[in-house]
Design a protein around this ligand. Structure first.
Ligand code: PEP
Length: 254
């Protein structure tokens, strides 16, 4: 059975104290998570070790990084290597978030390298894909997302795909308050599963979790998560408040 996952992406928000308070508020009211359910928290790098310690012993809740560098080590001032994340107790890394693609010029080829770094350092990957509004308006979203997947993760083996979660995040829905409706989300998630199936086979495609991201909140999470191919969410704004994030976690457990 594939995993259901709700992941918090704090982006460049919350200092050490604020992040610590948020994690403890979440932990206080966390529902029991079934074996196939996970919660991920992706704080800024500087908060990572502290969130790792706070979550030690909390079942099914893991720390994710928001990025890693594509090289193993070296003269890359300001960057963090996948091996360092792994050594710090991080479990997942988000690769290819649209903000990284847009503001840091991360190409599909670079994301393939980052994915390799993550996997070779025993990190699991949340691979983000999603189209901008003009692509959606031209009805080219399926080809656009397929190309992102092909150019960044098609070189992996079927076994490596066990460590990859895909997050579909239409850029026009991120931080805009405009959510994909359930038909749009389901159509794209089933398309992504078909793309994975054509390359890696039905077994891999069926066991890959595909998360939806883009203005997901407690009021719309349940209907999105009820879609057959939506296995949870990657949450930005609504992950910064315990009550809202917990509301989304509860929607996953229903
Ligand atoms: C995100 O950036 O991954 C995201 C989904 O943001 P938001 O929930 O704020 O739209």
């Amino acid at each position: 059975m594939r995993k259901k996952i709700v992941a918090a992406n704090w982006k460049m928000n919350l200092n050490l104290t604020e992040g610590g308070n948020l994690v403890s508020d979440i932990c206080k009211s966390l529902p029991i998570l079934a074996e196939n359910m996970q919660v991920l928290i992706a704080p800024p790098y500087i908060n990572i070790t502290s969130v790792v310690s706070q979550l030690s012993g909390v079942s099914n809740v893991f720390v994710a990084a928001q990025n890693c560098h594509q090289e193993a080590s070296g003269a890359y001032t300001g960057e963090v290597a996948a091996s360092m994340l792994s050594a710090a107790g991080v479990t997942y890394v988000i690769i290819g978030h649209s903000e990284r693609r847009q503001y840091f010029a991360e190409s599909n080829a670079m994301l393939a390298q980052k994915t390799d770094q993550a996997l070779s350092n025993n990190l699991k990957v949340v691979f983000c894909c999603g189209e901008p509004l003009e692509v959606r308006d031209a009805n080219n979203q399926n080809a656009y997302v397929a190309q992102q997947i092909e150019e960044s993760i098609f070189h992996l083996t079927a076994e490596q795909m066990n460590s990859v979660v895909v997050a579909y995040e239409p850029i026009w829905a991120i931080g805009t308050g405009r959510t994909a409706n359930t038909a749009q989300a389901q159509d794209m998630h089933s398309h992504i599963r078909a793309v994975l199936s054509a390359k890696f086979g039905a077994e891999v495609a069926d066991s890959t979790s595909i998360l939806y991201g883009g203005s997901c909140k407690p009021s719309n999470a349940a209907e999105l998560f009820a879609c057959q191919d939506v296995d949870g969410g990657l949450i930005g704004g609504a992950s910064l408040k315990a009550e809202e994030f917990l509301g989304i976690i509860y929607a996953m457990t229903k």
